[in-house]
Design a protein around this ligand. Structure first.
Ligand SMILES: Cc1cc2nc3c(=O)[nH]c(=O)nc-3n(C[C@H](O)[C@H](O)[C@H](O)COP(=O)(O)O)c2cc1C
Length: 213
């Protein structure tokens, strides 16, 4: 039977962090769709200064589980996505980005000139915020992954509990200081939908006009 599509609101409401998975692999077309949707995430200046390393091999997943202090998710899930943030991506010519946006009409000459100047990135560098900027973009992509996974009938789990040096080694970037690990997201199938752990009432976390906690 064809699976019923779910809305974004529903995906947001039903997504849970799933820590245990069935061993079933994620079919290639489903994984391709998930990765394609992930890369639809926005990034500052459309710099796309984040990438994903897809780890499916048992040895790779074992290494990631060890890097994550023995957490079981990378071992049990058939796929672990490692989100990599590149704080130097803006230094490259990136002419393909500007050309695509000019061609589609998304950017006018003025915006393209601003992009080409990299003024904001120079300012980020001055304030030592380049890494933070790239990590933000990677985290937004990971959020897209989790919601897209839910819509595709996949369970997922974000993970921030790991040793960055060991994760970098596991994906072969131990000698790349400009690259940071933002987050890991495990993806697969699960029989058990964990209960919603709950959220505080929005009155405690949403304010209007002025912060008020
Ligand atoms: C950035 C981030 C990092 C996380 N890291 C871990 C982790 O390393 N291990 C883990 O078991 N859960 C991790 N979690 C899952 C949270 O515990 C979980 O999102 C939270 O309890 C709310 O549950 P829910 O995702 O089911 O709504 C992480 C969540 C986020 C957003």
């Amino acid at each position: 039977m064809e699976k019923q599509a779910i809305s974004v609101s529903e995906a947001i409401r039903v997504r849970r962090t799933v820590r245990h998975y069935r061993p079933d692999p994620v079919p290639a077309p489903v994984l391709d769709e998930l990765l394609d949707l992930t890369m639809q995430a926005p990034s500052a200046w459309n710099m796309q200064d984040r990438s994903v390393v897809v780890v499916t091999s048992e040895s790779g997943r074992r290494e990631l589980s060890a890097a994550a202090f023995g957490q079981p998710q990378p071992l049990e899930a058939p796929v672990t996505l490692v989100f990599v943030a590149d704080s130097t991506a803006w230094e490259a010519p990136n002419t393909d980005i500007a050309e695509q946006a000019r061609h589609s009409g998304a950017w006018n000459a003025e915006f393209t000139a601003l992009f080409d100047s990299r003024a904001e990135f120079h300012e980020l560098r001055r304030r030592d915020l380049l890494r933070e900027n790239a990590v933000k973009n990677a985290m937004i992509a990971a959020t897209y992954t989790m919601l897209a996974a839910t819509a595709l009938g996949l369970a997922s789990a974000p993970m921030n509990g790991w040793d960055p040096d060991l994760v970098k080694k596991a994906i072969g970037i131990e000698d790349r200081p400009e690259l940071a690990i933002a987050v890991l997201v495990t993806v697969g199938y699960s029989d058990a939908a964990p209960p919603h752990p709950g959220r505080r009432a929005v009155e405690r976390t949403v304010f209007f006009e002025r912060f008020a906690a």
